[in-house]
Design a binder for this molecule. Structure first.
Ligand SMILES: *Cc1c(COP(=O)(O)O)cnc(C)c1O
Length: 454
């Protein structure tokens, strides 16, 4: 299988090359050249464990990795989850389930993709006899999950920039208390945007990028989207047969990576009724799915910080399909959007997608209501998923983070402080972070001195 850029001006790449490249050189995002059809295989998938299912799914795409190597990579990627089901589907009430995606090492759904990505990178280093330096900027969850995907992996080093004092104390501990000597948490002086723009400048320096063998960790990597398809399939297979065709997945959404994966799975022949795009007060996608217009707004920090985005970086993959897989049209749409900050879609799949928007005040109320009605504690991101449920569909709400990551909001809402043993253990470990100015020169210098040697 080959992978193409949404903008059509990059040669087709193998799975491993598309994963290593991240963002396509033409500015587009990678997608499979054709979407496979799994409809004939679904019955055979029912008995598989989570890693077995993941392997059967990924082998269709990762055709350049030897079968047994891929099987090993996938198996290893799901050994650090604390629940034996990996992604348990819990019934909460009539026509209502919650799919818990927070039993990985950093207690958020990003572990599903980033554990796998870490192992793919490590494999690539081994096969190509290379080393790799991974660099990313984070406002919280992604950095922690990326670090835990790579910590201690031979041949790799990871540098994560985050705004000092502006990530939650627990998120900071997840990044800074690992004890691993290939992990560098860089606390920069400034905001997330300052960190992000320093990072962009560093990647634009071709010499430096190539000399240090830098790779970006961000939300648009092809491997992340494919890894995330698997838990939708897993959940679908756990539902009673009579409910499967009527399922609506409710997805707390920021960069559109998670819900995009579910939607692509539907296009691969899995009969899913629809998706609910659940945003917080940063509602660019809610406005899109209710009005047809995609228009940039300002970011307002919320109680669900991992969904605080201005532009959804994975949305271009959806646009590619929405304009009939025509890369020239994608380039047009992106150019219009860049110039004017808005784009109006002429027609739209209103039947597949519904959307909701949740304010901070509503997040607190929903946490209370869900606790009262179902005895269930939802984290602030997951709470957005419970805003409106469809009466005539089977709702599966994706729980994207553990409530233990957000103890203050939960305590304020229901008077209970959720905890998790892995977070408690971190509290006694020393914080190791490197304070830097949010200036490319200072960051480059640090990387130069700590990078893994060739
Ligand atoms: C990243 C994140 C989201 C948003 O996911 P997208 O793929 O960006 O839409 C939602 N909830 C949590 C807890 C997250 O960490």
């Amino acid at each position: 299988m080959k992978f193409l850029s949404t903008r059509g001006q990059t040669p087709a790449l193998s799975f491993s090359d598309a994963v290593a490249t991240g963002l396509a050189p033409d500015g587009g995002l990678f997608l499979p050249e054709t979407l496979p059809d799994f409809s004939g295989q679904l019955a055979g998938f029912e008995k598989l464990s989570y890693p077995e299912l993941c392997f059967e799914f990924l082998r269709v795409f990762a055709t350049d990795i030897p079968t047994e190597t891929l099987r090993g990579i996938v198996a290893k990627s799901y050994t650090r989850f604390s629940d034996p089901a990996i992604a348990p589907l819990r019934p909460l009430g009539k026509n209502l389930y919650v799919l818990e995606l927070f039993h990985g090492p950093t207690l958020a759904f990003k572990d599903f993709a980033l554990q796998l990505l870490g192992n793919l990178y490590a494999n690539q280093c081994q096969v190509r006899q290379e080393t790799i330096n991974v660099l990313g900027a984070t406002s919280g969850d992604t950095g922690a999950a990326a670090i835990h995907g790579l910590l201690g992996r031979p041949g790799t080093a990871i540098f994560i920039l985050y705004p000092d004092g502006r990530v939650s104390p627990l998120q900071e501990r997840q990044m800074t208390c690992t004890g691993a000597d290939n992990v560098f948490a860089l606390a920069v002086d400034g905001t997330f945007d300052d960190a992000q723009s320093a990072l962009k400048e560093i990647f634009a320096d071709q010499d430096f990028r190539l000399r240090l063998r830098l790779s970006a960790v961000n939300s648009i990597n092809l491997a992340r989207v494919l890894a995330q398809c698997v838990y939708y399939l897993w959940a679908w297979l756990r539902l009673p047969v009579s409910e499967r065709g009527n399922v609506e997945f409710v997805v707390p959404t920021g960069n559109f990576g998670n819900v995009l994966a579910g939607w692509m799975l539907q296009k691969m022949g899995v009969p899913i009724r629809g998706f609910r795009v659940a945003t917080n007060q940063n509602d660019i996608l809610y406005r899109l799915f209710t009005t047809g217009e995609y228009r940039v707004g300002d970011v307002h920090p919320s109680l669900a910080p991992s969904m605080d985005i201005q532009v959804a970086s994975n949305f271009e993959r959806f646009i590619y399909f929405a304009v009939g897989r025509d890369p020239a049209k994608v380039r047009d749409v992106m150019a219009t959007f860049k110039q004017t900050g808005a784009y109006r879609f002429p027609n739209f799949d209103r039947d597949t997608f519904t959307a909701s928007r949740t304010t901070d005040a509503e997040i607190r109320q929903i946490i209370q209501r869900v606790h009262k009605d179902y005895g269930y504690v939802a984290d602030p991101h997951t709470a957005c998923g419970f805003k409106e449920l469809s009466a005539d569909r089977v709702n599966v709400v994706l729980a994207t983070a553990s409530p233990a990551k957000f103890p203050d909001t939960i305590r304020e809402a229901i008077g209970i402080e959720p905890t998790d043993p892995s977070l408690e253990a971190l509290k006694s470990k020393p914080i190791v972070k490197h304070r830097l100015k949010a200036e490319p020169a200072a960051i480059r210098d640090f990387i130069e001195r700590h990078a893994v040697a060739k």
